[in-house]
Design a protein around this ligand. Structure first.
Ligand code: ATP
Ligand code: MG
Length: 286
């Protein structure tokens, strides 16, 4: 298997949908019918393994898969040696410490000598050690929030997104110990042939990501303010300026990051720009 790479993605869960849509947006076609554990693309030299996210760091470290998409929380917890090629910007969440709602929280010293239930014993013990807190860690694989109410632990350390699960279980979040998002990871010693394919995939992913964070903008402007407007929206090289049928007016086209657009909107309007259109970009290659 020389001229094909293998990527491990989560079979079903909070990473799956965004992982697969990123790959599809890269123009890579494949079939992933329900229950299928392996699939090969029909138009790119890549094979997919659909796995539990827990297994992805290990498979990539061992070279069973060349690439993988996994949450940083799972990657750091599993402590496997792989290379992180790219942060992917989705499946953002945090690992936090939480305690029963009614408890007074004086700071981290609260946890001294206490029991903490978690599915992330490594990340938690590194954090406690760095903060010189001695606590007993109880590893459980799921439903961690229930631990305090059944007397298993005084606190928990778990993934939080909105905090509603904590609230339903009578807990409050007191410390964030780790922030996570999905990352693309790679086996350390890929052959040159495989590296070449990985580079092609990365090139496409970068084009998709750049496209998403930028917008194509079009607007009409009086000719006397074109210089001012060109300074506000310089674009990739310079804006395109086309004459309108109406004398003294032009259409200005440019590319701008979404954040910058909102920062500059007042300036554009003050310079006399009107009929401003903001259009999504599918892919962007610099
Ligand atoms: P598996 O069956 O594959 O082991 P899982 O139950 O361990 O799945 P999921 O709940 O699908 O895992 O979460 C996968 C990853 O998504 C987590 O490890 C984390 O990185 C991220 N994640 C978890 N909760 C959220 C959330 N509420 N919002 C966004 N991302 C999240
Ligand atoms: Mg898992």
């Amino acid at each position: 298997m020389k001229n094909i790479i293998r990527i491990a993605v989560q079979k079903s869960g909070r990473l799956s949908e965004d992982s697969l849509s990123l790959i599809k947006e890269c123009g890579i076609k494949f079939y992933n019918g329900t229950g299928k554990l392996k699939s090969t693309s029909t138009n790119f030299p890549i094979e997919f393994l659909f796995l539990r996210d827990d297994d992805i760091p290990g498979y990539v470290a061992d070279g069973v898969a060349d690439l993988g998409i996994v949450g940083e929380n799972e990657l750091v917890e599993k402590d496997k040696t792989v290379e992180v090629l790219k942060k992917l910007g989705f499946s953002k969440c945090r690992l936090s410490l939480a305690i029963p709602k009614g408890e007074n929280y004086p700071g981290l010293s609260y946890f001294e000598g206490k029991n903490i239930a978690t599915s992330y014993p490594k990340i938690l013990s590194d954090f406690l050690q760095a903060n010189q807190i001695k606590a007993a860690i109880h590893e459980i694989s799921g439903s961690v929030e229930i631990a305090p109410s059944i007397g298993l632990a005084e606190g928990i350390c778990d993934i939080v997104s909105s905090g509603s699960t904590l609230m339903m279980n009578g807990l409050k979040e007191v410390e964030t110990i780790f922030k996570s998002e999905a990352v693309l990871i790679s086996h350390l010693n890929l052959s040159d042939e495989k590296k070449e394919i990985v580079d092609k995939l990365l090139f496409r992913m970068n084009a998709v990501q750049k496209g998403k964070s930028n917008k194509y903008v079009l607007m009409n402007a009086p000719n006397e303010s074109l210089d001012k407007i060109a300074k506000l929206i310089p674009g990739m090289r310079s804006p395109t300026i086309l004459p309108l049928a109406q004398k003294g007016w032009s259409s200005v086209h440019s590319v701008i990051s979404e954040d910058q657009f909102w920062e500059n909107i007042e300036g554009l309007r003050a310079a006399g720009a009107e009929g401003i259109l903001v259009v999504p970009i599918e892919k962007m290659i610099l």
